[in-house]
Design a protein around this ligand. Structure first.
Ligand SMILES: Cc1cc2nc3c(=O)[nH]c(=O)nc-3n(C[C@H](O)[C@H](O)[C@H](O)COP(=O)(O)O)c2cc1C
Ligand code: SF4
Length: 707
């Protein structure tokens, strides 16, 4: 049954390949090859999962043609010797076994060759001196721990640059051809030439980086020569039954004379002429800043590069692959509007390898959503293996789901992400599961965060739908205590009641214009908890009124919209606590025309966020006017202001409303709250240790697998 996605699910032709549908998994480093860059069992399992999940085309992560030269990591695939062929053969077999086609992304990483830098080998660039960019860009809003981990990639060394000579370029062209021959020998279906993302070929295409006056620089044709020679020679050697895709930047952000969409179109036309079968349109930022990373190559907005794909498509007659936070309905539309022919979905397929099958089976609502948290790609900054906040299996392939020796009666207390995941997994394994939730809705604090981050709400909706189809019994508005838990006669009890808020000791925190995190949560979750009415009556009751009136608790979309018109909060709002919640709330409120200040004691705001997301969130919030004050100590909340110390100076910020968004901790005394439970007991999620959605899902999954 294929009702909603006729185009996305239709067969497509790419060169000599017929693909079963238009869904492409783009290259995404998994960094799980052996120390010699050979394919490991983990690599095989990762791609096999996605072949099984129904994608039409898989693209193996960026692989180094002259490894270790021009490579970013020891653990990326090496294409520089025949030793890789057996591993590639296995990959081909695993992909083909499930009906997918598979090609390999081949690259020389040029100025970003971490392995060269770590070995004191100068990195290759088209021209010296390199253009100026913000060399400290990645250090802003980055924690010391992250910076130290990033330094491990290059052994703490800084790059030295070398202008690539004619001989070196000819050697690299040859290395691409030899790599292609190995890929073909291994029975894989083709190659993707990585001519994007600031790597060697991309820098040759860019006027900013390539200021040569020889046959490799100057006009578009000469700047494209490195690429077109690689394409032409591979076509010559590998024949027409070998697919050649070229990945280019449709735009180069953040640098003068960077690649434009028109130039990208010219490059695409030249690549077609040289023998390419398809063009894959991504983007890059060369600003050097962290926030630039979310302009390219890791987009933040939905369909961020779709217009670029459309421009390129108008210049070529071969298929175009679009990429950049494209969800299935967008993909269907983009193909219908002739923006592109194929749609690459990267993080969506990390979050849910079964995405294509769910579309094919007419169950798009069963697709586990990617929540755009950047947790996966954060690992690539320090040679780690990506993990996924919502899909614990990513990078965790050794653990097979075990059939339990004995089917048990499992009672889970708390339906936040940890409890939901634990219930899902334990029930899938055959256990009888009862999920108890004291609120009137599922999701725990993820509901609070969905106000500001709608994708988190999508995840909770997904859990609800999946559990609806399961045998899990859900009891909402159930205030559990030991007696009521034991009345279910459980074999196992899992406590997933979330974090507890420590009471603020800031002077003035009891004033009526101060709203605590627990009050916010209680308001959003349709609770009649005493938190709602404690103390701050004016503010709380007004908020509650708004919530009830608008169907707020059922419909976050509505409240996001309505709150743009009216909110029972003053003009000047100070948020105490610049963690994940404080940061996202600040943006939400400033978009609703409030003057928002955020006070944070730590040196970096929201260190718990994956750093690319933190960079973007801080940028967005600052653009909308939020004032961030880090490394400070809050002294007192007054009637109209908050007083804090910065660099030994007393400062004051105006505040008609104050939100306390700090002070959550794992509930260490949890077992004392449930005395007399004498069966197997586990504590998961924030109740065990603060880990946000990622940590909660991981711990829920772990316990769901072992009970
Ligand atoms: C963990 C991770 C690793 C990536 N590695 C590569 C890579 O090896 N080569 C590449 O061209 N792009 C890489 N990308 C970028 C993706 O191919 C893709 O262009 C990007 O994620 C945008 O698509 P999406 O929004 O559908 O995820 C990576 C992305 C992620 C999330
Ligand atoms: S880690 Fe986050 S961004 Fe990456 S795939 Fe998973 S949900 Fe999406």
């Amino acid at each position: 049954m294929r009702k909603e996605f006729p185009r996305l699910l239709s067969e497509g032709t790419l060169g000599s390949l017929t693909l079963r549908n238009r869904i492409v998994m783009p290259a995404m480093d998994q960094n799980n090859c052996t120390e010699d860059g050979l394919i490991s069992n983990r690599t095989l399992q990762h791609y096999e999962d996605r072949a099984k999940g129904g994608a039409g085309l898989l693209i193996l992560e960026t692989s180094a043609v002259k490894w270790p030269d021009g490579a970013t990591s020891k653990h990326q695939p090496s294409l520089s010797s025949d030793a890789v062929i057996p591993g590639l053969e296995k990959l081909a077999e695993r992909a083909h076994r499930h009906g997918a086609r598979m090609i390999v992304q081949a690259c020389h990483h040029g100025r970003i060759s971490g392995l060269d830098i770590s070995r004191d080998v100068p990195v290759l660039v088209p021209s010296i001196p390199i253009p100026s960019f913000d060399t400290l860009g990645m250090t802003y809003n980055t924690t010391t721990e992250e910076l130290m981990k990033m330094a491990t990639l290059t052994g703490g060394k800084l790059p030295t640059f070398k202008e690539a000579s004619k001989e070196e370029l000819e050697g690299i062209i040859e290395a691409f051809v030899e790599a292609a021959l190995r890929i073909k020998k291994a029975n894989l279906d083709g190659i993707e030439i990585h001519a994007a993302h600031g790597y060697l070929i991309s820098t040759f295409l860019s006027r900013a980086w390539n200021r040569r006056e020889d046959e490799w620089g100057g006009s578009t044709e000469r700047r494209t020569r490195l690429l077109s020679e690689i394409v032409g020679k591979i076509r010559n050697k590998c024949g027409t039954d070998f697919a050649i895709v070229v990945r280019i930047d449709g735009h180069e952000h953040g640098i003068e004379n960077g690649i434009t969409a028109d130039e990208a179109s010219n490059t695409a036309a030249i690549a077609e002429e040289a023998g390419a079968d398809a063009i894959h349109v991504s983007a890059i930022s060369s600003s050097g800043t962290g926030v630039g990373f979310t302009e390219g190559p890791l987009p933040w907005e939905r369909c961020q590069y779709s217009e670029l794909a459309k421009t390129v498509k108008s210049a070529v007659s071969i298929p175009v692959i679009a990429v950049g936070r494209i969800e299935p309905e967008d993909g269907e539309r983009l193909i219908a509007e002739n923006n592109c022919d194929f749609v690459a979905m990267g993080r969506q397929l990390l979050a849910d390898p079964e995405l294509p099958n769910n579309l094919i089976n007419d169950s798009p609502d069963k697709i586990r959503p990617c929540i755009n948290c950047f947790v996966c790609v954060a690992q690539n900054f320090w040679n780690g293996e990506p993990v996924c906040a919502v899909n614990p299996r990513l990078g965790n392939y050794e653990k097979e789901v075990k059939v339990p020796e004995k089917l048990k009666n499992v009672v889970i207390v708390g339906a936040g992400p940890a409890g939901l995941e634990c219930a899902r997994v334990a029930s899938n394994r055959g256990h009888k599961v009862t999920l108890l939730e004291q609120m009137g809705s599922l999701g725990g604090t993820a509901i609070l965060s969905s106000l500001t981050t709608p994708k988190n709400g999508d995840l909770i909706n997904w859990f609800e739908r999946i559990l609806e189809d399961s045998e899990v019994v859900i009891r909402k508005n159930f205030l559990a205590d030991s007696k009521s838990i034991m009345s279910f006669d459980p074999d196992v009890v899992v406590i997933a009641t979330g974090s507890q808020s420590s009471k603020s000791d800031i002077k003035g925190s009891e004033l009526p214009h101060v709203l605590s995190r627990d009050q916010l949560k209680a308001l959003l979750q349709e609770s009649n908890s005493s938190e709602v009415s404690k103390g701050r009556k004016n503010l709380s009751f007004l908020l509650l009124w708004l919530g009830r009136k608008s169907g707020f608790f059922k419909n976050m979309k509505k409240i996001r919209k309505l709150s743009k018109l009216w909110m029972p909060l003053g003009k000047n709002i100070t948020i105490v606590g610049g963690g994940l919640v404080g940061l996202e709330l600040s943006h939400f409120l400033s978009e609703r025309k409030r003057n928002v200040s955020v006070l944070e004691t730590r040196p970096v705001m929201a260190p718990e966020m994956a750093h690319p997301r933190r960079w973007r969130s801080l940028h967005q919030a600052s653009l909308s006017g939020v004032k961030f004050h880090n490394d400070i100590q809050v002294v007192e909340i007054r009637k109209n202001s908050v007083v804090y110390i910065k660099d030994e100076n007393e400062c004051e910020v105006a505040a008609d409303s104050v939100i306390l968004a700090e002070g959550i901790e794992a509930d260490r005394k949890l077992l004392e709250k449930f005395p007399g439970i004498e069966v197997e007991t586990h504590i998961i999620g924030d109740a065990e240790s603060i880990g946000y959605i990622e940590g909660a899902i991981r711990s829920g999954n772990r316990v769901g697998q072992i009970v």
